[in-house]
Design a protein around this ligand. Structure first.
Ligand code: ATP
Ligand code: MG
Length: 404
């Protein structure tokens, strides 16, 4: 897949070159290549205008022609081709108002960080580095291109991007760049929730989420993103991130950040971040289940099966474990729970109920909440292994119908 993308990007560069244009690989793929990491996608930058690019290739998509971007469609891959540009004035801290087509040097200067600002010519194997990206790669530094405060002032999302790259690569953020993020952190509120959530998710699903979120907190970004929750409690939540075991998805990490006594903020924060419905549902379930599970320990066999039937139970256990360890609590009951799960072996967790609602009615129960309750109790007894046959279940129900 990525090799196909590489071949496709090489082909596009060759064709543009044959047509007399300059064409280079640009940005993230050059960084990844220099780090000997497989790049996900290869972006091409060129001095050909979008119209000229569309004229050279048979099938193209004009996704952002006004910003100089054309997607070239090939048999097995597609390649983004962007005309060298210089982003004009930024009016709203989000997107440039207009762009001007320029040369490779100018195009490097509009990019966010030095390590993301390099070009590579796959035909000559030459690196074009106008911004000192190679030195920062070697030193492990995230440095804004140009004046950091001005660059973050143009596009506030770059503050989170800086942290995302620093965390993902295990790099330091250069001091002036860091200072500018701290100074301007409050402006993150002007960025749309969806874009913030996308960056946060990338930080949180990465294995280095603990370092990443510590930076999000220390910079001041977190309290603005989390609606002014107290830093101390957020910090406590972040400490739990460190103790989660992989795999960790967005919902689990997000809930963990609220584990410092901020469970009741889960609904508000998942809503304000506009995370997906699935993420929100899962985060809400996790947040409300931590205390509930702990209060039920030790679990009976039947309750254990009911908890296990939930698809997110493993994540809950992961979170509860992290909370207990962090708080220096006795993990004995949790270890016991794990043993119980192992002991369960391949026993059916969600067997078909021995009796259904109609069976209960025929045994003399009126439809309604009482029937529902009795059904739940009967099913739990079945899960506990107390009721094995239908006859036993009927007998069990009949005894209780008489009492009602
Ligand atoms: P990833 O591997 O996460 O995709 P990437 O570096 O490819 O990392 P993209 O968001 O795909 O990141 O952007 C591609 C390139 O476009 C970046 O390497 C950078 O040069 C430039 N870029 C992206 N977003 C911005 C921005 N907000 N401001 C300035 N330049 C940007
Ligand atoms: Mg990319």
């Amino acid at each position: 897949m990525t090799e196909q993308n590489r071949q496709a990007a090489l082909h596009v560069v060759k064709r543009l070159h044959e047509a007399g244009f300059q064409a280079l690989w640009a940005g993230g793929c050059v960084r990844d290549m220099l780090m000997a990491v497989e790049a996900q996608d290869y972006d091409v930058a060129t001095n050909a205008t979008p119209q000229q690019v569309s004229g050279i290739f048979k099938r193209t998509l004009q996704v952002g022609a006004q910003f100089g971007v054309v997607v070239v469609l090939l048999d097995k891959a597609q390649v983004e081709v962007a005309t060298f540009r210089n982003d004009g004035g930024y009016v709203d801290g989000r997107r440039p108002e207009a762009v001007e087509f320029t040369d490779a040097r100018q195009d490097a200067l509009r990019r966010d960080f030095t390590i993301n600002g390099m070009f590579y010519d796959p035909l000559t194997q030459e690196i074009l580095d106008y911004v000192g990206g190679q030195a920062d790669l070697a030193a492990g530094v995230i440095r804004a291109i140009g004046e950091p405060a001005a660059r973050f002032g143009e596009d506030h999302l770059r503050m989170l991007r800086a942290i995302r790259f620093a965390a993902r690569l295990g790099y330091e953020i250069e001091p002036e760049t860091w200072q500018a993020i701290c100074q301007l952190s409050e402006r993150i509120s002007r960025i749309s929730s969806e874009r913030i959530a996308t960056e946060l998710e990338k930080i949180m699903v990465n294995g280095n989420r603990y370092a990443g979120m510590k930076m999000v907190l220390a910079s001041g970004l977190m309290s603005h993103i989390y609606g002014n929750c107290p830093a101390e409690q957020l910090s406590e939540g972040i400490e739990r991130l460190k103790l989660l075991s992989e795999p960790v998805d967005f919902a689990l990490a997000l809930t963990a950040t609220l584990s410092g006594g901020l469970w009741d903020k889960t609904s508000g924060i998942t809503r304000s971040l506009k995370v997906s419905n699935d993420t929100r549902k899962k985060a809400l379930w996790l947040a409300e289940s931590v205390c509930k599970l702990l209060s039920e320990l030790p679990l009976s066999k039947g309750r254990l099966k009911q908890w296990l039937a939930n698809e997110w139970f493993n994540d809950l256990l992961n979170l509860v474990w992290a909370c207990q360890i962090r708080d220096g609590k006795d993990t004995g009951p949790l270890a016991e729970l794990r043993r119980q799960i192992v002991d369960l072996g391949d026993e059916e967790i969600k067997p078909v109920p021995l009796l259904n609602g109609n069976d209960l009615i025929s045994l003399g129960l009126e439809p309604g909440p009482k029937l529902g309750q009795l059904f739940e109790q009967m099913y739990l007894a079945q899960l506990e292994g107390e009721l094995v046959t239908q006859a036993q279940a009927r007998q069990w129900v009949s005894e209780r119908v008489r009492k009602v």
